[in-house]
Design a binder for this molecule. Structure first.
Ligand code: ADP
Ligand code: MG
Length: 541
């Protein structure tokens, strides 16, 4: 009797084992890091991304680049995930996080080649990651919430190199003011700051609106264009005659009955509008529809109305104006109304907006970015978001660190000192972890056309002689005390970046078997970069 071969998996399942699996994953991760590397820092270059539908994005923002690239390799996708987490948790530092993860893996490869077992490397990395958090906390400086100047500098550092150069000072002022206004007991919800785009005027005219800018026009031409000292009703039900064909089942047997029915519905709408008027409202924002008849009645009462306002915007308007969203008109009293000094319809090219301005102490506001082109505005928006994220997390933790590579060099130095007390092989892993951090200052230098080796050597020697804040100032191209030069960042950008970078690199290093049943050739091709294939050197798969 001949033995049948055992079939465990279908034929189209790709499998990569052992070292090949590791090499394949490391190669993909390294490539991702290389892609974003050239965008790092104030002298980083931009990338132009063209979507399948020919939409163009020009950006310097790590997470945006990676998300638009349609990456398929599973390990590379994990790298993209780091950028996303960083974006969600902090809002800035995405490039840094991805680059460190890539370098950690690249350095791990050196150790693998020296026949050091992956579990030893991951153990060493884990020790190094924990120690790094400790060192970071030790190096961090405390600032107080009143330190507006420092907060502004943090916003400025976050925006450097992102197309906002000429207006950084102004944007930083806007960002700090906005964050401070929506702050609630030291907590900041960035959803309370709306960012709207306007293609009128230039970037310099970007403004902080004490209220909300809605991408909506008033429903009827006959309504007033401007309402001063607006009393605002926020309702989340429809002001419409129910459509008997869709909503209700009624049996109508004669034209009179239909007539009565319509009259009845009209009376209902009339009474609704009457109630709105009685509450004293001069503006209403409705989350649902407003039909022609209701529009006509509202316009007659000189009430400004917008319909189908998004729920998220309704909530923001409520916070900005102090109004309450009501679900039943019987609940609508003057107490539920919000207040704004000015509600106005503004036309800008093809778009029409409703500005709800001059709110008293609004708890939600809008940064209105002006600019001539969509691409420019979008990149400014990303820069401002980075600034907002950084200022928000500084305000929450009160802890900052030095930028320009200073913190990375000092951290690497201290990790190396610490590694001396460890056993041989783990020590090597901690040392590789330390060198991975130097990738940041070295790339900052490289992107600015400076010699990375010279810069790292000088930085190291300055740190060895005790200058723990010596960093690369790319405004002067000199190595100097970056704290004094006010190149500062929130601690969280660095601690979060290190955390997720080490977690992902450890996870990737622990993989020794890739079994892919996607049916797609996602492992061999790695990243989709036109027709180019990566990783031809490793195995046949
Ligand atoms: P990320 O996505 O990681 O935030 P960025 O492109 O925003 O990447 O670059 C951030 C890096 O640039 C940080 O390491 C920061 O310290 C550094 N940086 C910012 N401004 C300067 C400056 N004027 N000189 C030197 N480095 C700077
Ligand atoms: Mg940044």
């Amino acid at each position: 009797m001949t033995e049948k071969p055992m079939v465990l998996m279908p034929e189209d399942v790709q499998r990569i084992l052992g070292k090949d699996a590791q090499k394949n994953n490391i190669m993909a991760a390294k490539m991702v890091a290389e892609i974003v590397k050239t965008t790092l820092g104030p002298r980083g270059m931009d990338k132009m991304l063209v979507s399948p539908t020919n939409d163009i994005i020009i950006t310097n923002d790590g997470v945006t680049i990676l998300e638009e690239m349609q990456i398929e390799h599973p390990a590379a996708k994990m790298m993209v995930e780091i950028a996303r987490t960083q974006e969600e948790e902090v809002g800035d530092g995405t490039t840094t996080a991805v680059m460190i993860a890539g370098k950690l893996l690249e350095n791990a490869e050196k150790l693998l080649d020296k026949k050091i077992h992956p579990t030893v490397i991951t153990k060493g990395y884990r020790i190094a990651a924990d120690k790094s958090q400790e060192i970071l906390l030790d190096l961090a400086l405390k600032i107080t919430a009143e330190d507006d100047d420092i907060l502004k500098e943090i916003a400025k550092t976050a925006m450097t190199g992102k197309g906002a150069e000429d207006s950084r000072e102004k944007f930083a002022r806007i960002i700090v003011k906005a964050i401070k206004q929506v702050e609630n007991n030291g907590k900041v919800d960035l959803n309370d700051i709306k960012i709207e785009k306007s293609k009128r005027d230039g970037i310099k005219d970007t403004e902080l609106i004490q209220g909300i800018v809605l991408d909506k026009e008033k429903v009827s031409y006959d309504m007033p264009k401007i309402v001063k000292d607006a009393k605002i009703a926020l309702i989340d039900f429809t002001l419409e005659i129910k459509n008997p064909e869709i909503d209700t089942k009624i049996s109508i047997t004669s034209p009179e009955q239909l007539h009565d029915f319509v009259i009845q519905e009209e009376l209902e709408i009339k009474s609704m509008v009457e109630k709105i008027k009685l509450s004293g409202a001069s503006v209403i924002f409705c989350q649902k529809g407003i039909d022609d008849f209701a529009q006509y009645l509202l316009a007659k009462e000189k009430i400004y109305a917008c319909r189908r306002v998004a729920k998220s915007d309704m909530e923001k308007i409520a916070k900005a104006t102090g109004g309450k969203i009501v679900s039943n008109l019987n609940e609508l009293t003057p107490f539920e109304l919000g207040n704004a000094g000015n509600v106005e319809e503004v036309k800008q090219g093809e778009n029409t907006f409703t500005y709800i301005k001059e709110c008293q102490n609004p708890k939600a506001l809008t940064i209105l970015i002006h600019g001539g082109s969509e691409h420019v505005i979008d990149e400014i928006k990303r820069a401002i978001k980075d600034g907002l994220g950084d200022v928000a997390c500084t305000l929450q933790s009160g802890l900052i660190v030095s930028g320009g590579g200073a913190i990375e060099i000092e951290l690497a130095k201290r990790l190396r000192e610490f590694s001396q007390g460890l056993s041989g092989r783990e020590q090597l892993a901690v040392e590789e972890f330390a060198s991975a951090l130097e990738f940041i200052p070295s790339s900052l230098a490289e992107n600015a056309g400076l010699d990375p080796i010279d810069i790292i050597t000088e930085l190291k020697s300055r740190h060895d002689s005790g200058e723990k804040n010596a960093g690369l100032n790319l405004f002067t191209n000199k190595i100097e005390n970056v704290l004094e030069a006010r190149i500062i960042e929130p601690l969280k950008t660095k601690s979060q970046a290190l955390n997720s970078a080490s977690e992902v690199s450890i996870m990737i290093l622990r993989i020794d078997d890739i079994i892919s049943s996607t049916g797609k050739e996602s492992l061999g091709t790695g990243l989709k970069q036109g027709k180019e294939k990566i990783s031809p050197d490793y195995g046949d798969f």
